[in-house]
Design a protein around this ligand. Sequence first.
Ligand SMILES: Cc1cc2nc3c(=O)[nH]c(=O)nc-3n(C[C@H](O)[C@H](O)[C@H](O)COP(=O)(O)OP(=O)(O)OC[C@H]3O[C@@H](n4cnc5c(N)ncnc54)[C@H](O)[C@@H]3O)c2cc1C
Length: 567
Amino acid sequence: MSYTPPITEQRFVLDTVTRIDELAATERFAAASSDMVDAILEGAGGFACGEWGPLNWVGDQHKAEWTDGNVIMPPGFKAAYKAYVEGGWGSLDGPEAFGGQGLPFALATVVLEDLGTANMAFTLCPMLTVGAIEAIMTHGSDEQRALYLPKLVTGGWTGTMNLTESQAGSDVGALRTTATPQADGSYLIKGQKIYITFGEHDLADNIIHLVLARTPGAPAGTKGISLFLVPKIRPDGSRNDVRCVSIEHKLGIHASPTCVLAFGDEDDCTGHLIGPEMGGMRAMFTMMNNARLNVGLQGVEVGERATQAAIAYASQRIQSARAGGPGTVPVAIIEHPDVRRMLMRMKALTQAARALLYYAAGQVDRTHLGIEGAKARLDILTPLAKSYGSDAGCEIASLGVQIHGGMGFVEETGAAQHYRDIRIAPIYEGTNGIQAADLVGRKLSSDGGAGFATLISDMRAEAQDGALIALIDAVEQVGAYMREAPVDDRLAGSSAFLTMTSVAVCGWLFERQMRIAARETSAFHKAKVAVGAYYLAHLVPEALGLAASAEAGASGLYVLSAEEMAA
Ligand SMILES: Cc1cc2nc3c(=O)[nH]c(=O)nc-3n(C[C@H](O)[C@H](O)[C@H](O)COP(=O)(O)OP(=O)(O)OC[C@H]3O[C@@H](n4cnc5c(N)ncnc54)[C@H](O)[C@@H]3O)c2cc1C
């Protein structure tokens, strides 16, 4: 059930897609030298695979356990988390003023990928902490930054994100948690949040909850929401009135405690406003955009591990003869065309999603550098990366189960765990349906459509393959339709449009990698060209076929009433 960190591939994509050398050439990211990048890839891959990897199965079997308000992590997790903090793996892209190393987000993305390939459930803890750091850094006061960031940046404390309530999931504007101002400038927080990832655990001394709540008289909906920082342990050392009242029993990511948190049951929960009152959604979006990329990355993480496991299994599973073949000479199942199809698809989807994510991560760094066009590109790439990455992860993990045959459906190969773990990714951080609505509702036309137009012209400048050019044409045409179509038609076609656009971007990035790889002769470079060619020949035409569905709009969707659907 082990795997090999994909260091050569990661470095190649960082060089050709992220163009990490351009980042290292700036003063801000000068520390990201070529040697430093190599050292980080080697070190992070080794650490994750060696220390967190073996705990993947342990976490799945033992699960995080709730007892009387406390959450006990599975055996080995505490020591492995300590090793992560001591290794400085959480602080790579943290602000230098607060103990971080100031390296590019793109490099931190690769480290997070390594951790998640080793152990997706465990990695949710640092993933949410990074989001909390970003929100406090961008919207917090100087005092809040000084008080909380040093501990969060090292990973000594961890962070959470609290949006969801039982009546408010996708409909976040329906949340009811309240925040009442106190004479000392703090707020009393009261309410219950559900599904809070790592809302309680025994890995760190303190947990910093970022909580969305309403102040008295705030308008209904998202406009009236503010963001509050609620520490588990207050700065004076006293325990805050926030308790974990239960954790969920769920399909996968068993080592990640998914908590119901009660704030202010004893009317003594202290919170501190972050940013302006009613500016909560803006502040939370800082955290969510970051987390959305990282959820898309989970598809790459699990995809990589599932693909390696499937190739290993298919290479050693011997059958007496090739179906439909002439002889009776034993062959491994990897020789069957249909098994090869599945393996190539798994490799192609994993590499496509990785390129999309590393490209988007590079745009995060370029946005920080103030490079023109980067923010517009990032805005449009974020829903693509979240949805395509997570959907790809699910498809890859499903194919992984299929390749293992019956052994995939029983637990001991680990293929089933990949499938169970990744299934959450299209759901949390804004479901993929919400991402698609965001793409056609806001991103496509924000800034007069600048982001979309930039992306199309970026792709056109490099694309050579006929099918890819046809897909880019179709994406542009459906994009124009989406801007004009009635809202229901637009929303009905949004998922198909999101997938088409994602595949076009991935095809474009694949072509670029293939051109560079074709100049070399190693096995890695040969495989890159072959996998890219497979993507262009199979996945790109498939995506082209989605254009009709994207433009069919809501036709056929409302023929049946809800009662008739159930008939
Ligand atoms: C394991 C786990 C961890 C989580 N971690 C956190 C966390 O740390 N913090 C946190 O705040 N939340 C967390 N969540 C909550 C998660 O983000 C929500 O479950 C998610 O946003 C969906 O909300 P919901 O469950 O209420 O589903 P609903 O909103 O009821 O959605 C159900 C279905 O309807 C669709 N739908 C709903 N509204 C629309 C719409 N307007 N347009 C199109 N389709 C729509 C959705 O796409 C989905 O398919 C977690 C959830 C889980 C299961």
